[in-house]
Design a protein around this ligand. Structure first.
Ligand SMILES: NC(=O)c1ccc[n+]([C@@H]2O[C@H](COP(=O)([O-])OP(=O)(O)OC[C@H]3O[C@@H](n4cnc5c(N)ncnc54)[C@H](O)[C@@H]3O)[C@@H](O)[C@H]2O)c1
Length: 313
């Protein structure tokens, strides 16, 4: 396959590029390096330093002639989205529109979009399925949901297959301490430097933590799937990418304490505004449609992540 990965110099994107290249795909990365890094870029992948909202995107995609476009480039910070919702919307909605239009112009066969559990907001039911109501509570979640609509609007009439992969809380090596799902990286960086990890609120809030290699496999399997991913109906192209297992932040912190061999104290701070109390997403649809399910359990994933952070100390 020829694949374009936007955001391929970032945390999830760089892992995906390594997996695609080892599987024999020809990969071009498009990334403006705003949060990504050249250190993450696979030496055998093509690299274009471009902003997805900029004027050169269409020509870059036409030049790369991809079978599949995986669109991961985004404004990823909930905090930034609260401070500057206009910027968040420009990158996440208009950037996604530009990628979709460029994918049509480049005659790509499929677009995979990194959406988020944030589109659901405060869940009315658990586990969340793709049919659950979407009521995002932060601008980041609203922009991801609007971007899903933009993909439908641009790609369905053009006959380009697509999927909106709603990632749960992703963690793993190379994650930065800032940004969505960054709690594992924040705890790991505090624990490895002898600092004090701070849990926002009681720590009884739950999240669906998923190891990055599982998310990468979901993208690869969706890219290679021979059927149609954009099923009819509003939630047709949406797929949760999750474990289906809730973990409290307190439990996460204790698992990390063991893996990081941390002997210090863990403190509790104020709850973070916009944080939902409970979150767990059913991964059943991705399993039944394109045969993917997560295989890495929390202690194993945290063990691998801890080893990476400890090595860099
Ligand atoms: N990490 C998570 O827990 C999580 C959860 C849900 C969804 N997601 C989504 O997954 C995707 C990847 O996230 P990540 O955690 O790897 O974050 P990341 O910040 O490591 O990666 C994002 C990449 O996109 C690039 N980028 C940002 N704006 C750009 C622009 N305008 N033009 C070109 N490149 C740009 C950055 O330089 C970076 O390399 C994002 O779309 C994010 O919203 C992540």
């Amino acid at each position: 396959m020829r694949v374009v990965v936007t955001g391929g110099a970032g945390f999830i994107g760089s892992g995906l590029v390594y997996a695609l290249v080892s599987g024999g795909s020809e990969v071009t990365i498009i990334d403006d390096l705003s949060t990504g890094s050249m250190d993450n870029v696979h030496p055998s992948a093509g690299f274009r330093r471009l902003d997805v909202t900029g004027p050169d995107l269409k020509d870059a995609l036409i030049g790369a002639a991809p079978d599949v476009v995986v669109h991961l480039a985004a404004q990823v910070s909930v905090t930034v989205s609260l401070e500057d919702p206009e910027f968040d919307r420009r990158v996440n909605v208009e950037g996604t529109r530009a990628v979709a239009e460029a994918a049509v112009a480049a005659r790509a066969g499929r677009v995979l979009f990194a959406s988020s559990a944030a589109v659901y907001g405060d869940p009315a039911e658990l586990p969340l399925t793709e049919e659950s109501p979407t009521a995002p509570v932060v601008p980041y979640g609203r922009s991801k949901l609007e971007a899903e609509g933009v993909l439908s609007e641009v790609l369905r009439p053009a006959g380009v297959d697509f999927a909106c992969l709603r990632f749960a809380n992703v963690y793993g090596p190379r994650q930065k301490a800032e940004g969505e799902g960054g709690v594992v990286a924040q705890f790991a960086s505090r624990m490895s430097s002898g600092g004090t990890p701070v849990i926002n609120g009681t720590g009884r809030q739950t999240r669906d933590f998923i190891f990055v290699a599982d998310v990468v496999n979901a993208c690869v399997q969706a890219a290679e799937f021979e059927g149609v991913l954009a099923l009819p109906g509003a939630s047709g192209p949406a797929y949760n990418v999750s474990t289906g297992t809730p973990t409290s932040v307190n439990m996460l912190a204790e698992t990390m304490r063991v893996a990081m061999r941390f002997g210090g104290t863990i403190e509790h701070g104020d709850p973070r505004s916009g944080d939902v109390e409970e979150s767990v997403l059913s991964p059943a649809k991705a399993a039944s449609v394109f045969g993917w399910h997560a295989v890495v359990d929390l202690p194993t994933g945290i063990g691998g992540t801890a080893a990476w952070f400890l090595q860099r100390r």
